[in-house]
Design a protein around this ligand. Sequence first.
Ligand code: GDP
Ligand code: MG
Length: 215
Amino acid sequence: MSLSFKVVLLGEGRVGKTCLCLRYVQNSFSPDQESTIQATYLDKRLNVGKRSVKLMIWDTAGQERFHALGPIYYRDANGALLVYDITDRDSFTKVRHWVKELRKIVGKQIILVIAGNKADMEKKRQVEEAEAESYAQSVGAVHVLTSAKTGKNVETAFLELTKGMLKQANAAGGPTSGASSSSSSSSSAASGGSQRGFVDISNESQQSSKSGCCS
Ligand code: GDP
Ligand code: MG
């Protein structure tokens, strides 16, 4: 059986969200990434162990720059990739804001991975890895240092997210999509691993990624 998860990218403008998307799905990088790329959805299939998973990845169309990103974008997400730029302290502060917002609106069950992007720009670093690591731990998130430019850890970031979402799906024994802010589920509440309610896409024809954003 194949499962489908909604993943959202969140973070300040210019941290590299669109580039991470592009690197992950198309294995490409453009140093002068247009900031006004439209629309926002693409999907990616991957296998984790025996499981076949489809990620529906939502990138923003730049609304975050105008503080105009509403809950409709993230309220039914199974996972979020929270991106900051290691050379920009403010962008790390913004991640804390997103964590609070997601815990409030979506609840505990949303899986969070925090990506310290532009790891290729070590010399300009403003956020220490240890600090980011310990913050991530304190909010139950995984932290990874990524570079959309070199490709470093980009797959790892999405894989960690997927593994977390699969675990969450097992623990909940059912759907998390459309989740409310109730905090009734926890990762210790395993119940036999039924996948009831998750979108089963086994019969869907194997289409290649359709890219709306990031192309
Ligand atoms: P978004 O606003 O968060 O979607 O950011 P973009 O993906 O549009 O990237 C903003 C800028 O940062 C662009 O000029 C990218 O080329 C650059 N950029 C993105 N990721 C990296 C990275 O890993 N390393 C470096 N050096 N530049 C990056
Ligand atoms: Mg973007």
